[in-house]
Design a binder for this molecule. Structure first.
Ligand code: UD1
Length: 418
């Protein structure tokens, strides 16, 4: 087990460079098997989630050549084999192999995916989409067997604008015969990035980034070069850290419009920021801060993945702030630990009410999931004294070199095996 230890209360100065988006990379790696040629993807973050997907590629006899910031994926000698539980359970996004294998071989056998325990996380919409394309789905011995004689384009309406279902259906439909329309598709930037990758390989996808995506099936996908967009959640997390501890702190290599909802909230509460073409510099906070309310929503709404780190900032605002979580039913697991550090928060149903400002004092806490873990890092940097975060491996699933990046701007933070 890994533990992160932070001596908090220090001011952070300088700049932090954001890596490639986790949630795009975890779909791009499985998507790369849809061609028989080589795909080069640069700016893939070095996090344990992308490592786990590369392990699945190797299981499928796909050649993976990983250098500092790029991955070359060559599926020329690939086989279609069952993805066992030891591989699938490491992360939620292992399910993208279902869409990709179905799209390529018309058959996928995979054990249930794992991932953060932030809610029930059903995949019914993914499976309904596969069925609409002509596949049958069997669920036997904790595994899914999805197969089709042929895949045919279809009109698919998603009851919920699910990121995973939108991408998985795109992967399955890209080589299907005819045209697929996904209505009420999710609009997250990562979906646009995956569609761009597939189009670079010769797919015919239009409308990604809107709620209607059209996919005209093609027979062949070819080699390509692609770049992952910057991680908007990593960017947002460091910007929140900048608001609390920056003096000043600049967050580089980002697309600011991807985090508009966060930036306008920061301006509303009184955080001074400068927004550049590919950076945000947090200059400091106004003397008089205002409390605020946030409600998580699908893109371009306030991202659920930033809700937990943002709650830490709310503990420092005067008066009453509220957080309403609408995407995941179990995303307040960081709250008991924030309370342990001194925050005044009450949770009722899906809303947390935060009364501030409250001084946070370091203590022993747990990273219960990836973003809850990020919230603990934010809190630990702010809190006076020492904060020890156990289960830190959750954090390493999504934040590339978080310890090193924070050390470079002056944080006293370290990681160790316990
Ligand atoms: C992705 C992100 C995750 C983020 C989430 C919402 C990745 C790898 N992960 O997760 O970080 O928090 O989007 O922005 O990209 N749902 C169903 N049935 C389904 C699929 C989803 O009911 O078949 C529900 C979920 O329970 C949830 C909501 O839809 O309440 C949104 O889920 P979805 O957008 O699919 O999230 P993920 O793709 O799993």
């Amino acid at each position: 087990m890994k533990m992160i230890e932070i001596e908090g209360g220090r001011k952070l100065r300088g700049s932090i460079r954001v890596g490639g988006a986790k949630n795009a990379s975890v779909a791009l790696i499985p998507a790369a098997i849809l061609t028989d040629e080589e795909a080069t993807i640069c700016n893939i973050p070095e996090i344990t989630d992308t490592d786990a997907l590369c392990d699945i590629l190797e299981l499928l006899h796909v050649k993976v050549n990983r250098s500092t910031e790029s991955v070359v994926i060559n599926p020329q000698e690939m086989i279609n084999t069952e993805i066992e539980e030891q591989y699938s359970k490491k992360l939620r996004a292992s399910y993208y192999f279902m869409g990709a294998l179905l799209g390529k071989y018309k058959k996928a056998v995979m054990h249930f995916p794992g991932g953060c325990s932030i809610g029930a996380r059903p995949i019914d919409l993914h499976l309904k989409g596969f069925e609409a394309l002509g596949a049958t789905v069997k669920n036997e011995d904790n595994k899914y067997i999805v197969e089709a004689k042929e895949l045919k384009g279809a009109n698919i309406y998603l009851d919920i604008a699910s990121v995973g279902a939108t991408i998985n259906i795109m992967l399955a439909a890209v080589k299907a015969e005819g045209t697929t329309i996904i209505d009420n598709a999710a609009k997250e930037p990562e979906i646009v990035n995956v569609a761009t990758f597939l189009n670079n390989m010769g797919a015919k996808i239009t409308g990604a980034g809107t709620s209607t995506i059209k996919i005209i099936g093609v027979e062949h996908l070819h080699k390509c070069f692609h770049e992952v967009i910057p991680d908007r959640i990593e960017a947002g997390t460091y910007i929140i850290i900048g608001a609390l501890c920056g003096e000043p702190l600049r967050v580089d290599n980002i697309i600011p419009e991807h985090i508009d909802s966060l930036l306008s909230k920061l301006e509303e509460i009184g955080v001074n920021i400068e927004i550049g073409p590919d950076f945000v510099e947090v200059l400091g906070m106004e003397e008089k801060l205002k409390p605020t309310n946030i409600k998580t929503a699908v893109y371009p709404g306030f991202p659920t993945d930033l809700q937990q780190p943002f709650t830490v900032l709310l503990t420092q605002l005067p008066g009453k702030s509220k957080v309403t979580e609408t995407i995941w039913e179990n995303r307040f697991m960081h709250i008991p630990y924030l309370k342990k550090l001194g925050a005044d928060i009450e949770v009722k149903n899906q809303t947390a009410t935060i009364i501030g400002p409250k001084k946070l004092i370091g203590d022993e806490v747990v990273a219960t999931d990836l973003r809850a873990g990020a919230a603990m890092v934010v809190a630990g940097l702010l809190a006076e004294g020492t904060t020890r975060i156990s289960n830190a491996e959750h954090i390493l699933r999504g934040y590339e070199q978080i310890v090193e990046k924070l050390q470079l701007v002056g944080a006293k933070i370290s990681i160790k095996e316990i």
